[in-house]
Design a protein around this ligand. Structure first.
Ligand SMILES: *[C@@H]1O[C@H](CO)[C@@H](O)[C@H](O)[C@H]1NC(C)=O
Ligand SMILES: *[C@@H]1O[C@H](CO)[C@@H](O)[C@H](O)[C@H]1NC(C)=O
Ligand SMILES: *[C@@H]1O[C@H](CO)[C@@H](O)[C@H](O)[C@H]1NC(C)=O
Ligand SMILES: *[C@@H]1O[C@H](CO)[C@@H](O)[C@H](O)[C@H]1NC(C)=O
Ligand SMILES: *[C@@H]1O[C@H](CO)[C@@H](O)[C@H](O)[C@H]1NC(C)=O
Ligand SMILES: *[C@@H]1O[C@H](CO)[C@@H](O)[C@H](O)[C@H]1NC(C)=O
Ligand SMILES: *[C@@H]1O[C@H](CO)[C@@H](O)[C@H](O)[C@H]1NC(C)=O
Ligand SMILES: *[C@@H]1O[C@H](CO)[C@@H](O)[C@H](O)[C@H]1NC(C)=O
Ligand SMILES: *[C@@H]1O[C@H](CO)[C@@H](O)[C@H](O)[C@H]1NC(C)=O
Ligand SMILES: *[C@@H]1O[C@H](CO)[C@@H](O)[C@H](O)[C@H]1NC(C)=O
Length: 308
């Protein structure tokens, strides 16, 4: 019995070594921007470089902010924090804020935010929640669907004391949350108050609203006093939250895309899956027993490659 266990663990070690040494970028292309990996089909470089699949996946590693920042579409101002080959990426998105003092609104931060993603990205409905924080807070989100129809949703939070707030529980007292539908590319977030925070200024001068990775955000009673101090800041100093986006190879679906071997995104030893988003698109995956980057032309390599 014992020798089997030893053999298995040696194989696992070899695999771990071969995976970590394998580049996920195209040969000769930049693999990282700061601490963020850039796996193909994403890439940085000149417009005519072949480091990225096409302009949809062209990112910029901007070093003029003191540290390298990986920025992407559509306005080139969304920082990418990491990119997974499972078809997700974490980006930083601005939060909305509405702050008051005794004289009224203080115009600190953005009361309204509009976010538009390029078509190969959509907000992950399974990972993202719309969250509002405050005790005199009306938070509203609106968006348009693929059909052209629009919808709006949101939540309201009102409270008269910070003693009723519960750490770890965003359930309506000082913090409220709603889900978002699948496949959205655009979002408007808007915040307002009922009474200019007049009754809550002492413990809650600001309302906040944002989209965020639900696994990342955990409400704390101190957030109604000052949420901003514990959130990340963007390259330009603006307050942001991490948001998970789904990404796809846009336009096509598997059945259609596989017919043109020149434009098909999936390399050797891979399979294709259609996106569940209404906008379509597809993703590539390594076949079982294979590893690597399924989007590179050479695709995925066999797990036993090092032993044969
Ligand atoms: C690179 O391509 C982008 C969009 O495709 C375009 O806006 C930009 O002007 C191009 N830059 C150069 C130097 O051609
Ligand atoms: C980097 O950001 C700076 C400041 O916004 C801008 O002037 C510059 O053009 C950017 N560089 C690239 C390569 O996009
Ligand atoms: C991606 O970034 C987010 C936010 O910084 C982090 O929570 C998550 O663990 C990261 N994922 C990976 C695979 O590094
Ligand atoms: C309220 O904030 C504004 C700036 O946003 C400031 O000019 C004003 O003095 C502040 N009022 C009080 C009472 O703190
Ligand atoms: C979002 O707001 C902008 C103006 O800030 C407006 O032009 C756009 O129509 C709004 N979109 C939605 C879906 O409400
Ligand atoms: C909630 O957490 C904050 C910060 O971690 C702490 O200061 C506060 O005392 C906690 N409140 C309760 C009711 O446990
Ligand atoms: C959220 O915070 C509460 C108290 O601050 C803690 O008990 C709970 O485990 C945290 N949950 C997560 C998912 O981190
Ligand atoms: C809130 O402030 C605005 C001006 O900043 C004022 O017009 C409005 O009447 C105030 N509302 C309440 C309920 O105090
Ligand atoms: C796949 O895409 C083609 C071309 O865009 C379209 O005609 C076809 O209906 C799509 N098939 C499915 C199953 O979505
Ligand atoms: C296949 O894709 C290539 C590259 O996008 C394109 O130039 C070619 O016209 C396509 N062929 C067919 C038959 O659609």
């Amino acid at each position: 019995m014992d020798w089997k266990i030893v053999v298995v663990s040696i194989i696992l070690l070899l695999n771990a070594a071969s995976t970590s040494s394998q580049s996920l970028a195209k040969p000769g292309c930049q693999e990282k921007c700061g601490d963020v990996n850039i796996p193909y089909p994403f890439g940085v470089g000149n417009n005519d470089s072949d480091c990225f699949r096409d302009s949809h996946f062209h990112l910029v590693c901007n070093t003029s902010y003191g540290h390298p920042v990986l920025l992407g579409s559509p306005r080139g101002n969304i920082p990418f924090r990491n990119i997974s080959l499972e078809g997700q990426t974490t980006v930083h998105i601005l939060i909305a804020m509405d702050c008051y003092n005794q004289s009224g609104r203080t115009y600190d931060g953005f009361q309204e935010i509009d976010i538009t993603l390029a078509k190969q990205f959509s907000f992950s409905s399974t990972r993202t929640k719309f969250t509002a924080i405050g005790c005199d807070t009306k938070a509203y989100m609106s968006s348009s669907l693929l059909s052209g129809d629009s919808f709006a949703s949101g939540c309201i939070s009102f409270c008269t004391s910070d003693e009723t707030l519960i750490n770890g529980s965003c359930s309506g007292i000082g913090c409220c949350q709603t889900s978002i539908p699948n496949g959205l590319h655009t979002f408007n977030v808007s915040l307002s108050s009922f009474y200019n925070h007049t009754d809550s200024l002492g413990f809650n001068p600001c309302s906040y609203a944002f989209l965020a990775d639900q696994d990342w955000f955990n409400f704390s009673s101190s957030d109604v006093r000052d949420l901003r101090s514990r959130l990340p800041v963007r390259y330009d100093g603006a307050t942001v939250t991490p948001v998970v986006l789904d990404w796809v190879i846009p336009d096509d679906n598997c059945t259609y895309a596989i017919k043109n071997r020149t434009s098909y995104a999936c390399g050797e030893n891979t399979y294709c899956s259609d996106s569940s988003n209404p906008t379509g698109g597809y993703n590539c995956h390594c076949k079982q027993g294979y590893r690597g980057n399924p989007y590179l032309p050479q695709g995925c390599q066999g797990d036993d490659g090092d032993l044969s």
